[in-house]
Design a protein around this ligand. Structure first.
Ligand code: FAD
Length: 479
C-alpha cells in the first residue's frame, strides 16, 4: 500500500513538561521480538490506542483474543503526552456549525457526548485510584474584543433559545464586573473591589461552565501499566508501522522495520498520522502543529489564585487555553492567530522536534499582561514544546469501520480536542469490534462516523473549503 511520505512521527520530539519524568514503560517491549501473530493490532499508543485496548481487554478473552500495540516512538509521546490538559466539552463553540449542517439533535448530541466525559472519567479515575491530578471546576471563556464579545453573546442566546437542557450549566456575563476589578470613589477615597469573575485585563464578556483538568500522560500510562501487568496486551514501542498488506491466505501483514505481524483486525489510532498508512484520509485528517508551555513563578511568590481553567481571547482575538495546576504552575497554549499566516510552520507539518517560530515567544510575560495581580510575580516560561494534532475537513473525528477495508477500523482526527471525546469513543469502538455491532447501535454522535461520503467530500473538495483553512476551526480551537 502506498503511503504519504511526510506523515510519520519524527523521532526527536521537543520535551514536554508532562513527560519530563519518564514512565518505566516509555520504551517497553513486552517481547524481544514481534509475535508472528496477534488477533488485533492497534497502531499508536496514545489516548485513543490505549483507551481502545483498555476497553477491548474488558471484554471476555475468548471474544477478543490477543492484542498488540505498535507505537512508532515512546509510549504516549504524541499529542496526548504534549497537550494542554484541558478536559473541556464544547457546549456552544462549534455546536451551532453542526446544527447548521445536520440539525439540532446532531449538534446537541456532540455536546452531550462530550459533557458525559467529565462524570465518566471522574468516576473511573476515582474507582481506579489513578494519580493524574484530576480537578473538576469551571472553565471560563473570556472575550476582550468588543465585536467578538457581541457575537459570543448572540451564539449563547441562540443556544439557550434552542432549549438544550445542558445549557443550564452555562452562565454568561457582560458589563462592568466581568474583568473582576472595579474601582469606585466613595466620597473620600477610591475603593477597588475584586469580583473574581474572570480576573482578565480588558475582559468585555465571559461565560463559564463545568469542565475538568488532568495530566493525560499519567492517565494513559496508568492504563498501559495495567494492561501490561495483566498480560492483556503485547506493547512494542519504537516500532513504526510502515505499511499494511493483505495476506493472500487471510488477514493482514503489518510491516515494521523490525519485521511483520500477521493479524485479523487493524485499529488505526495514530491520529494526525493516519494518512501515512491510509492515503484516502489525506485531505480528511491533516497534521497541524500546536504550541504549549508551562509557566512557573519563583519560589516563595504567591500569585493570585486561579481556581478555574480558561479560554482567553485577546483584543486581537488571539486564543489561548489555560489550566492552573495545584503546584502553582500554569499550562497554557494556543496562539494560532500569531502563526496562521506562516502556513508552512504548522499546516500539514509533523515536525514536533522544533517549536513554531512565529509563536515561540508569545508566552513570555503572558501572565503579567493577562491577569490582574500577576504583574510583579516574576512568572516565566519554564518549559515549552510543540505537538501535532489531527485536524479534519469537517471538524469531526473519524471513527468506525474504514469504508472498503474490511476488518480495519479508525479512531482519529480529534481536532486538538480529544480529551472530552476519546474515552467514550474508544469504549464504543471496542463494543463495535467485540460485539460486531454497527456504529448506529453505539452511543457515539452520528457525525463522528467515518464514511465514504466524508472521504470523497474532502478528497474531491478544495483544500481551502475545508474547515481547517476556511471557517477558522483551527484558529478558534477550543480544547
Ligand atoms: C499542543 C497541544 C495541545 C493540546 N491541548 C489539548 C487540550 O488542552 N484539550 C484537549 O482536549 N485536547 C488537546 N489537544 C489534543 C489532544 O492531545 C489529542 O486530541 C489527543 O491526545 C489525541 O490522542 P490520540 O491517541 O488520537 O493521538 P496521539 O496521542 O498523537 O497518539 C498517536 C500515536 O500514534 C503514533 N504513531 C503515529 N504513526 C504511527 C505509525 N505509523 N506506527 C506506529 N505508531 C504511530 C504516534 O507516535 C503517537 O504516539 C492538544 C494537542 C496538542 C498537540
Amino acid at each position: 500500500m502506498a503511503h504519504h511520505p511526510q506523515c510519520f512521527p519524527v523521532d526527536n520530539p521537543t520535551g514536554s513538561f508532562w513527560q519530563a519524568e519518564e514512565h518505566v514503560l516509555s520504551h517497553h517491549r513486552s517481547t524481544e521480538e514481534l509475535l508472528p501473530h496477534s488477533d488485533i493490532v492497534i497502531i499508536g499508543a496514545g489516548y485513543a490506542g490505549v483507551g481502545t485496548a483498555y476497553h477491548l481487554a474488558q471484554e471476555a478473552d475468548d471474544r477478543i483474543g490477543s492484542i498488540t500495540i505498535l507505537e512508532a516512538r515512546a509510549a504516549c509521546s504524541g499529542a496526548t503526552g504534549r497537550n494542554g490538559g484541558h478536559l473541556r466539552p464544547d457546549l456552544y463553540g462549534h455546536i451551532p456549525t453542526y446544527i447548521g449542517r445536520a440539525g439540532s439533535r446532531a449538534g446537541a448530541e456532540i455536546a452531550e457526548f462530550e459533557i458525559a466525559h467529565i462524570r465518566a472519567l471522574k468516576k473511573f479515575i476515582e474507582e481506579e485510584k489513578i494519580d493524574c491530578d484530576l480537578t473538576v471546576s469551571r472553565s471560563i471563556d473570556v472575550w476582550c474584543n468588543e465585536e467578538a464579545a457581541k457575537k459570543a453573546k448572540e451564539v449563547y442566546d441562540f443556544m439557550v433559545a434552542k432549549g438544550f437542557e445542558y445549557m443550564d450549566d452555562v452562565i454568561f456575563y457582560t458589563g462592568e464586573n466581568v474583568e473582576g476589578v472595579s474601582t469606585h470613589y466613595n466620597g473620600q477615597n477610591y475603593q477597588t473591589n475584586l469580583y473574581q469573575i474572570c480576573g482578565v485585563k480588558g475582559a468585555i464578556a465571559c461565560a463559564s461552565f463545568t469542565a475538568a483538568t488532568m495530566w493525560p500522560y499519567k492517565f494513559v500510562m496508568h492504563l498501559l501499566q495495567k494492561l501490561v501487568a495483566g498480560n492483556r496486551i503485547n506493547l512494542q514501542t519504537q516500532t513504526p508501522v510502515n505499511s499494511i498488506e493483505t495476506d493472500p491466505t487471510g488477514g493482514f501483514l503489518v510491516q515494521t522495520p523490525r519485521g511483520q505481524i500477521h493479524t485479523y483486525k487493524v485499529i488505526h489510532a495514530n491520529n494526525a498520522y493516519v494518512s501515512g498508512l491510509l492515503p484516502e484520509y489525506n485531505r480528511n485528517i491533516v497534521p497541524c502543529k500546536g504550541i504549549c508551555c508551562r509557566i512557573t513563578v519563583p519560589e516563595g511568590v504567591k500569585p493570585p489564585l486561579l481556581n478555574n481553567s480558561y479560554i482567553h481571547r485577546t483584543d486581537d482575538n488571539t486564543l489561548s487555553y489555560l489550566i492552573p495546576r495545584a503546584d502553582g504552575s500554569i499550562v497554557v497554549g494556543g496562539a494560532a492567530a500569531k502563526f496562521k499566516s506562516f502556513k508552512e510552520q504548522w499546516y500539514n507539518n509533523v515536525d514536533d522536534s522544533i517549536l513554531i517560530d512565529a509563536a515561540k515567544n508569545y508566552y513570555d510575560g503572558y501572565m503579567q499582561r493577562t491577569f490582574n495581580g500577576w504583574e510583579n510575580t516574576g512568572a516565566k516560561v519554564d518549559s515549552i514544546w510543540s505537538g501535532v494534532m489531527g485536524y479534519s475537513y469537517d471538524s469531526n473525528p473519524h471513527i468506525g469501520h474504514i469504508p472498503r477495508k474490511d476488518n480495519q477500523f479508525i479512531i482519529a482526527g480529534f481536532n486538538g480536542h480529544g480529551m472530552p471525546v476519546i474515552w467514550l469513543a474508544a469504549r464504543e469502538l471496542a463494543r463495535m469490534i467485540s460485539h460486531g455491532i454497527p456504529f448506529e447501535d453505539t452511543t457515539m454522535p452520528g457525525l463522528f462516523k467515518t464514511s465514504q461520503f466524508r472521504i470523497d467530500r474532502a478528497m474531491n473538495g478544495r483544500e481551502e473549503d475545508g474547515d481547517i483553512l476556511s471557517t477558522g476551526k483551527f484558529l478558534a480551537t477550543k480544547p
